[in-house]
Write a protein that binds this ligand. Structure first.
Ligand SMILES: Cc1cc2nc3c(=O)[nH]c(=O)nc-3n(C[C@H](O)[C@H](O)[C@H](O)COP(=O)(O)OP(=O)(O)OC[C@H]3O[C@@H](n4cnc5c(N)ncnc54)[C@H](O)[C@@H]3O)c2cc1C
Length: 301
């Protein structure tokens, strides 16, 4: 999560375009009032609306080392500068299908062409489509700091506010496991065509750990993990045989379990009587239940 100090200047007085991650960190150290900008889709919206007036900018768009991805010890090391458009391509989708699905769902084409993975994480908007996927994958950030320093922070810790990006630090890479198993991302929007999520669900199977991991996005400030529902459904799956043999009733019950965990019941009234969910909350719970049910169904099919 990025915090920017209020700036007095109306327009950036200086724009640096470093060629490496360490040069970018050095540029931020040399200009403490500078703000990093990747695709600019979120940042320039803040500038244009007058919410942010950066005195200087450090552009990350020329840093080739963070614009691609590579294998590393059974993991994918994804550059923070990967655009949604790049992540949506088939070669990426073959390895990281849920991240690719989230990237393909992230706004209209001009946003997907410019917007980046690192920007999505640093903005930490509840509607960030990559975020529930990264939470379900238990992804880890590799953060670059002054003097070539690197530190690792679980994405979930950053999104929960347990860790912050320190001044002058940049997200360099995101490490995600290569699970070689089905992964699904589904998103509900309040309109047809590209739109921000009103709820989203990411679900990954991890056969080596006999685990199902699920994260619900957009309904809270950070993605929510329904851990008990994950463990319950993982215990029902025949990991050595036919995974798809899970009965439909169990798939439906999983959706309800996830939804009840993430959109909880109202507290009882003062006299102890049960309070019904308000219609909007009930609709949200049903939406989450449907997304989680479909996500599990697709992952197991
Ligand atoms: C019309 C519109 C529709 C959109 N629809 C969606 C959608 O459907 N789904 C969705 O998920 N998002 C959506 N977005 C949001 C946006 O496109 C994404 O969040 C995008 O991934 C942001 O990336 P960026 O590179 O443009 O970030 P920028 O705007 O460049 O930066 C955003 C923030 O991150 C910081 N930052 C960027 N890179 C780094 C880094 N490497 N290290 C540290 N800090 C960094 C910047 O300083 C800034 O604070 C939409 C935006 C718009 C304008």
């Amino acid at each position: 999560m990025t915090t920017h100090a209020p700036q007095a200047a109306q327009t950036p007085q200086s724009v640096k375009l470093p060629a490496t991650l360490d040069e970018a960190v050095a540029a931020l150290a040399a200009m403490p009032a500078a703000v990093p900008v990747a695709g600019g889709t979120d940042l320039m919206a803040s500038v244009n609306s007058g919410q942010l007036r950066p005195a200087a900018l450090v552009g990350l768009g020329r840093i080739s080392e963070i614009r691609g991805w590579q294998y590393q010890d059974g993991h994918g090391l994804l550059g923070a500068g990967l655009t949604h458009a790049r992540m949506g391509r088939p070669d990426f989708a073959a390895l990281f299908p849920a991240l690719a699905a989230a990237a393909r769902a992230a706004g209209p084409p001009q946003i997907r062409n410019a917007g980046t993975l690192g920007g999505n994480i640093a903005s930490a908007a509840p509607t960030g489509d990559a975020l529930p996927v990264l939470a379900a994958l238990e992804a880890v950030l590799i953060i670059a700091g002054p003097g070539g320093a690197r530190r690792e922070v679980p994405v979930a810790h950053l999104l929960a506010g347990m860790e912050m990006l320190r001044p002058g630090e940049l997200i360099g890479f995101v490490r995600v496991p290569l699970l070689h198993a089905p992964q699904v991302f589904l998103k509900a929007t309040g309109r047809t065509g590209p739109g921000r999520a009103i709820a989203s669900v990411a679900l990954v199977l991890d056969p080596a750990r006999r685990a199902v991991r699920c994260a619900v996005g957009a309904i809270a400030p950070m993605p929510l993990r329904p851990l008990e529902a994950e463990q319950w459904v993982a215990s029902l799956i025949d990991w050595d045989g036919e995974r798809g043999s899970l009965v439909p009733e169990a798939v439906t019950a999983f959706g309800e379990y996830v939804a009840a965990a993430c959109v909880p019941d109202q507290p009882p009234a003062a006299d102890g009587t049960e309070q019904p969910l308000p219609p909007g909350v009930l609709h949200l719970r049903r939406t989450v239940a449907a997304l989680a049910r479909r996500a599990l169904g697709r992952a197991l099919s």
